[in-house]
Design a protein around this ligand. Structure first.
Ligand SMILES: Cc1ncc(COP(=O)(O)O)c(C=O)c1O
Length: 371
């Protein structure tokens, strides 16, 4: 079975992990420090980086350190992994969904404007599948209205916008290193930002609110969680980061092969391409109705051909948790259409051209088997 994603782990990662395991220091320590420094250098723009145990906790910490909480609203695209909205609820604020563009799957500034109220304190743009959101108009809007922009860059390590890496702009940007991402620390995440005082607060929120005075005594003046990364994970991250550009080049090459080999068919919508894309995922839409097949029949068709496909993602506002906020079917037609039709095709650096061709041949026969 060809999986839709698979981490690329070699002896180097294994050796790096074993070295930490033998060192006697497993939790947050020198490897995390080095990982943070190397990530900051990779992202550029003079940002600092703090490592987290997940992208979710990086997002939650960014909201808390921005003083976003009860009574506040945060604008979130209706199409993302549910963590993008859950973190807003977690800090006591209200996620306000906006629809996404059918082709890019990213939010656009006009829809953001339409969702703003006097309670809007934050916007969480998600660089869907690694395709950068057009950030300039969003930064402009945020400056005019004093709204914090927290980028959900969990798909976007290695993506770039206007020639700079995602994360380099200086506002908080949060990354995930879950095993299905372009690089992995097993579980893990990171937050980049240029504001030094903000990052000091992030450090406290990340670890029990703990601060130290000059004598090295600890004190706690605000709440903090337990969101730190282990040295074992960081050791893996250091090796993976060194290979990230190669991984992403490989992803890009495979994505281009998909574009070359996929048929043009009215029932098939290919993903948007664009500058700075890191090709975290290659998501298509297949209109089952147009080919007389249910979603399950389509997924089964791939399965019968030894191909696993992903679904990124169901529209979030239709989950029971968010319907309770008053959202309903019909609110965000693009997110709903994508949610109903999306399929993530296999894409990972270890894939071969032959694998891509096999997926494309399967899609060809799926489309021609329809009515
Ligand atoms: C868009 C998006 N945001 C946030 C997250 C959360 O990241 P993590 O799984 O590292 O907590 C993910 C994870 O898949 C994601 O895809």
């Amino acid at each position: 079975m060809l999986p839709f994603t698979r981490p690329t782990i070699s002896q180097e990662e294994i050796d790096a992990v074993v070295e930490v395991l033998r060192s006697g220091w497993l939790a947050t320590g020198p490897k995390v420090q080095r990982f943070e420094k190397e990530l900051a250098d990779y992202i550029g723009g003079g940002v600092e980086v703090r490592a987290f145990n997940s992208g979710t906790s990086a997002l939650e910490a960014a909201l808390l350190a921005s003083d976003i909480g009860p009574g506040d609203e945060v604008i979130v695209p209706a199409l993302s992994f549910v963590a993008s909205a859950n973190v807003v609820l977690r800090v006591g604020a209200k996620p306000v969904f906006v629809d996404v563009d059918l082709s890019s799957r990213n939010l656009d500034v006009e829809k953001v404007k339409g969702a703003m109220s006097e309670k809007t304190r934050g916007i969480i743009p998600v660089h869907f599948s690694g395709l950068p959101v057009d950030m300039e108009p969003i930064y402009k809007l945020s400056q005019e209205n004093r709204i914090t922009v927290i980028e959900d860059a969990c798909h976007a390590i290695g993506s770039s916008y206007n020639g700079a890496m995602i994360g380099a702009a200086g506002n908080p940007a949060c990354f995930s290193f879950h095993p299905n991402k372009n690089m992995t620390t097993i579980e893990g995440g990171a937050l980049s930002c240029k504001d030094v005082a903000f990052m000091k607060r992030i450090e406290r929120i990340r670890f029990h609110g703990i601060e130290r005075n000059e004598q090295g005594e600890i004190f706690v003046s605000e709440w903090g969680g337990k969101m730190n990364l282990s040295d074992v994970s960081a050791a893996m991250g250091i090796v993976q980061l060194g290979k990230l550009d190669d991984f992403n080049r490989q992803r890009e090459r495979l994505a281009h092969r998909y574009f070359e080999q996929l048929p043009d068919h009215p029932a098939l919508v290919k993903p948007a391409n664009g500058k700075g894309h890191s090709w975290h995922m290659f998501c298509v839409c297949i209109d089952g109705e147009a080919i007389g097949k249910s979603r399950q029949e389509i997924i089964d068709f791939f399965r019968e051909h030894d191909i696993a496909v992903g679904m990124h993602y169901p529209a979030m506002h239709l989950f029971p948790l968010y319907r309770r906020l008053g959202y309903q079917a019909g609110d965000f037609p693009n997110a709903e259409q994508i949610g109903a039709q999306t399929l993530t095709l296999p894409l990972f650096p270890g894939m071969t051209d032959r694998d891509v061709d096999m997926v494309c041949e399967t899609i060809n026969s799926l489309l021609s088997s329809g009515k």
